[in-house]
Design a protein around this ligand. Sequence first.
Ligand code: ATP
Ligand code: MG
Length: 580
Amino acid sequence: MAESKNEKLFSSNPDAAERVSDSQNYGSTNFIKTIINEDNEKNVYGGRVHTRFPPEPNGYLHIGHAKSICLNFGLAEEYNGLCNLRFDDTNPTKEDTEFVDSIMEDIRWLGFDWEDRLFYASDYFDQLYEFAVQLIKAGKAFVCDLSAEEIRDYRGTLTEPGKESPYRNRSVEENLDLFERMKAGEFPDGSRVLRAKIDMASPNLNMRDPVLYRIQHARHHRTGDKWCIYPMYDYAHPLSDYLEGITHSICTLEFEDHRPLYNWCLEALELENRPKQIEFARLNLTQTVMSKRKLRRLVEEKYVSGWDDPRMPTISGLRRRGYTPEAIRDFCERIGVAKANSIVDLAMLEHCVREDLNLRAPRAMAVLKPLRVIIDNYPEDQVEMMNAEINPEQPELGKRQVPFCRELYIEQTDFMENPPKKFFRLSPGKEVRLKNAYIIKCENVVRDEKTGQIVELHCTYDPETRSGTDKANRKVKGTLHWVSARHAVKAEVRLYNSLFTKDDPDEGGDFIENLNPDSLEILESCMVEPHLASAVPGDRFQFLRQGYFCVDKDSTPEKLVFNRIVPLKDTWAKIQKANK
Ligand code: ATP
Ligand code: MG
């Protein structure tokens, strides 16, 4: 259902589709807080705020879940309340402890804590069964023998009322007997269900005698073979919320039409202190698929290396890529919560990452596509240690030392033999500054005789121009990053681009068709500053002029591997500036 909403959103004119601007939400209030404030004023829950995050353990969490996590845990924090983690594990066949473990790891990594309030919907199976018996006794639920297909046919449409099931008026005794025997395993899958007795003419299809329990002879990852009937989400959810003392049950917009059923379950059982369901718009991101079904397909059909492939929008993928929890939380704060669906530009998430990493990532120099440079007039065995800032945003960290010698590497793209007019990098007869070092001049280009490829450049340096001591303070237009060829460490660098070629990956029908064939580029012979040899997985750096990079989990002391988190160029900041 949510997907079809997305499709509608994307298929309309993309300029007309509302794009979220980050300035409007930052630090502000939202409609959910307004509801909570009103409840507190009227003393509806005695001032309590108790939320929950209810993932189904059938996949890894993604950035959309992060929005829900930040919202639920964030509200609890703000109102001095509590937030539970509840695994919504009512569907025995699709769930797995691998997912349970990854979900807990991801929430903790994002910086949230459910303390001792870890729950499973399956913890309540006994209680939910008792509630169902209570509904039967009150004449509010019945066992129905129609097949799934017949139930669908009887249901009617948006324009036509449904038809009542011929089993609707069974006696309480017969219903109790049949329900107990459903539980005892006497009937095969699909032969019977327990249904709420509400209203087959309701304009809301969810209220037309919805199914509460189904028979499923399947092993459950927590309750084993104890049960062969399982409660439906729409029944289990409000009652789980009630049992945990939840006050505000926050969910995404596709559940709006289910709210009357949510309330019906609580009212039919005459429960007090009923939780309140509140819906908000889910996060949609450009160039990103967010449904677990689609993410699972990418993993299972091996379009990516796993759930934590750095191109995945999963929390584990973003973590491996090098995103920080702070950046993700900042992003969730900026996008805010709204009642209307919208699409957020991926560039905004990347902007948040850059802002955070700019403050905290130490700087380093790395040459991704090396071109050898010989400084002919530099003494053969001399090595100078050049001072370079660790992070200009944190001057208190001081300087690092970068070795400089006669043989260096610069970026292939920083040299052109026949440059266009505004090329301020290196070319024959021209000068550039090497960052934190000297001004050099290109004297001579050496080519491979056979291939004609440029193999090295011969340059001269101006000894008077050492950075920091350059009295003449001579200015040149270009400044290049570099590494010492004698000291640099070889590394593999993985450059990531968007996983999809379209803003809407579903454009044209099948998102697989829109996969970007160039989403991963591996550079195997990069050269990085020697001190990076000791970097360990998870360490993040800004490579000068290149972007932010993170040591991958595949990295070893023998073979360093870096992921590009984001390039430096910030398209979002540009858009924001242009709009001002
Ligand atoms: P998917 O559509 O990706 O399979 P789901 O809603 O089935 O997601 P759940 O495990 O049920 O996944 O989600 C747990 C919670 O996270 C729910 O409350 C759900 O509403 C919320 N959530 C899921 N996707 C998003 C999203 N894109 N934006 C905000 N909240 C989301
Ligand atoms: Mg769900």
